[in-house]
Each structure stands twice: as structure tokens, then as C-alpha cells.
Design a protein around this ligand. Sequence first.
Ligand SMILES: [Zn+2]
Length: 362
Amino acid sequence: MNVFFVRDCVNPDDAVYIDGQWYCTLGSCYAAACGEVTVPENLSEPCFDCEDDGTNCIEFGGVTDETSALSQAVHFTLFVGSLSSQCGEGLIAYASACYIDDITDRPLAGFMNICPFGLNLDRERLLSTVQHEIFHALGFSHSLYALYRDEDGNPLTPREANGYPPVDPVSGLFLWSSRVIQELTLDWDYVGGTTQRTVQALVTPNIVREARAHFGCPTLMGLEIEDGGGAGTALAHFEKRIMATESMNGYLTPTRVFSRMTLALMEDTGWYIPDYEMADIMNWGKDLGCDFVQKSCKNWIDQKTNAGLSIAPWCNVPFETTCHAEGVDVAYCSFYQYFNGVPTIYQDMNQMYNALFEALVT
Ligand SMILES: [Zn+2]
């Protein structure tokens, strides 16, 4: 099933309602858009234009019977652009759904923008970025969490009278329920001692099953999502500390994988049935237990150091080369010097994970 995009008038005041049909005054019919991408004629509703007084109405452009018939087999339409409008500050690409199904809420169309300089990435990283963005457009998005459904197709977040979840007046996002995301409280070691830190975690059933199995932590209540990186990155990705090599974290790093946890999240949307055989193997955090996934890096490093064990996958020898955690690359222990101060609770992290190149991928 495909969608045909409804056009708006350039100026809302140009809209006139005649005999059950909205028209634009002559010449003011607007090209439909998905994100920043202009929708082609064959995926748009026709233009309906009239004179100011409602006479001489004409219908033109838009979908034809032929294109309509062709589109019946299309399950998802992705519009791709390379515009610089929202790019900058290390942003490489972004994507979102732009049209959802009336009945199931499943995204029927989405857009992806690869920032022009992102096209200079090497092929492997560009491909990984494109794949990452497709997952966002299909459902891995904080604008869609509140629309996720259970395996029977029932909404996980209660709906209001208009059929949609409540909207957060500040962010404009649908507010999700605790069946999708919950706050977890972690005991958090840092240079000043131990504090309690509240994080947001995905708690849907498939992701919890896969995260427990991956980290070897049967009591894990949810999979932490990113809290850093600003509006496009925070909440919309897996937490990089525990998912450093996962492609659905918010930072472009070399040698990335799409793990079973990404596929599990797609299953937890209620819109897809993934083939877990297609998942990449992820070594980062594999079988490292509850402390790795629920406590700070400092806790891990101190524990291992005190026991005379390797602190891998973390490191503390600047620029030492080592095997990449995924075992298919050489990595080095990357240290950053922050001159503006690191928030106190993160002052365990002078031992930074190796990263040859990082940039924001929202
Ligand atoms: Zn992203």
C-alpha cells in the first residue's frame, strides 16, 4: 500500500472549501513534502485550484491511475536528499518517518538527509550511515516510541480521544508510556565517590530479552538509551557506553554492527518481524555481566584493576594500539583533553573508548 501526499496551499488563507473539497486559490497549490524533500508528482494528490470566488476550479498534476496501480505493492517509500539546511556541527545525516498508517501507525514513508559533506565518507561508513538512517525512518525514533504496539497490535501507550497519545508541549513529541521506556536508577561510581544516576531505558519485551542475553545480566530491567548529544541524538539511540560498536548508537565510529538488539527493537515496534539470523555478532559488552551494563566505567575499571585483570573493553594507556572490540580492525586508545570541564559524574572517563573518528549521526 502506498500513500499519496496531500498538498497544502502555500498560504493557509488561500484554502477554500467547496462542495466537500478543499481547494487552493489559483496558483497557490503547494508541492507536497516529506521532511525537506519535495514529493514527486506521481506520489502526490492532484492540485485543486479555483479562482478566489470559487469559480473555474481545475484539477491537475498528481497521481494518475497508472501510477496509483503501480504503487499498490509498495510497503514503504523513502525519500533521500542531500541538503545542507540542518547540517553543521558534526552532523552527518538524519532521518524520520513522515507519514504513518491510519490504522496501525506504521511508517509508510520517511525521508533521509545525508549532509553534503557526509557523502565524502568512505563507502563502508556511508553505507553504515544510510542503514542507520533507514532504521530511524522505519521506527527507531523518539517521535515514534509512543506509537509502538504489542504483539497483538494493541497500543503500548494509551490513546486520547483523537486516537493519538498525549503530546509533550515542550518537545512536541508524543509522550510514551512506561511500557516502552522507564527510568532506571544506577549506582554510579565517579571520582567523588558513588551517587545514584537516573537513566532512561527501553523496556519492551524483545529488547529486554536480547539485552539480558547479550550482556549476561538476567536481572536487567531495560536497555539504556543515549542521554548525550543534544536533541537529535539523545533518547533516539542506544547508550554508547554500553553499545559502543552498535550502529544504532548516536556516533559514527568505525567497524559498526547491527546487533540482535536493533532487530529486537524493530520487533517491539509491533510493525515488523525480524529475521534474527541476519543480525551481526556484537562483541562489545558480550557476557560481561550486570556491572558492565548497569554501572559506570570507573566501577568496571577499578574492579578489574583491583583483581589484576584486563580492563578491556576500556583502556587507560593513551594511544596504545590494540585489537578492536569487534576483532576485525586495529583500534587505539583515544584520549581527549576537555578544557571546559567534564560533568562531575562523568569524571571516571579519562579512559575513553578507542575512536578513530567520531561525529554525530542522528
Ligand atoms: Zn541516528
